[in-house]
Design a binder for this molecule. Structure first.
Ligand code: CA
Ligand code: CA
Length: 224
């Protein structure tokens, strides 16, 4: 294939991919919430993998899956856990866990994206919230909306909370609390199988770079 034809083919491919992305329908439904494994910190829903266990207080942002990052803004691991007024306990969980006190947050990010997400949660409060962000997707659930209506703050309550995005792909999960505290452990999720838009965007950028290199070489060789 001639260099000019190759460049045209790459450009056309990039254009078609972009057009497909623009035309793709985007689901905007509220996540489907289910509760499972009451009192059991470790049992994960089928098809989900463990993303973060928060077991090592020295590495509070450690993640177990590649291409995931966790950032904490005021949230703590292994700090005043189980101290009334700051952090409640999680039933049957003797390991370190994540505490998100008032005005703090924790953000999980994955370029590849998630089709479902879950965590083990204790002491349910009305002032906890979870936000899910993907391309064309931005949903926030508050307090009882993801605890089956339970906002009792009971330290005896502990369950896995599952969020299914109904076919949408979520790249960012943000946990927040406006008061002390939001206590969770053992993040898990189903990683998206298909490349999502951010990945396509990088590929398109790559096609453009290849085209630019070919152009420069053609110019240098005087083919133009
Ligand atoms: Ca843990
Ligand atoms: Ca709580």
């Amino acid at each position: 294939m001639q260099v000019a034809n190759l460049f045209r083919a790459l450009t056309a491919t990039a254009f078609l991919v972009t057009a497909a992305l623009v035309a793709a329908p985007v689901s905007a439904a509220t996540p489907i919430v289910t509760l499972s494994a009451s009192g059991d910190p470790n049992t994960l829903p089928g098809g989900q993998s463990l993303i973060a266990s928060f077991n090592n207080a020295a590495t509070p942002t450690a993640v177990l899956l590649p291409n995931f990052t966790l950032t904490l803004d005021g949230a703590t691991v292994g700090f005043r856990e189980g101290q009334a007024g700051y952090s409640g306990t999680l039933p049957n969980n003797s390991t370190n866990y994540l505490t998100i006190p008032g005005s703090a947050s924790a953000t999980l990010f994955s370029l590849k994206g998630l089709t479902s997400f879950s965590f083990y949660m204790g002491s349910p409060d009305s002032y906890n919230s979870v936000q899910f962000i993907g391309t064309g997707y931005n949903q926030t659930l508050n307090g009882g909306q993801f605890t089956g209506g339970n906002t009792s703050q009971s330290w005896n309550w502990g369950t896995r909370v599952n969020f299914d995005f109904g076919g949408a792909v979520v790249n960012q999960v943000i946990l927040r609390s406006s008061r002390n505290s939001f206590e969770v452990d053992n993040f898990a999720g189903s990683v998206s199988a298909a490349p999502e838009p951010a990945t396509w965007a990088m590929m398109i950028t790559g096609f453009g770079a290849v085209g630019a290199i070919i152009r420069r070489r053609r110019a240098a060789l005087g083919f133009a």
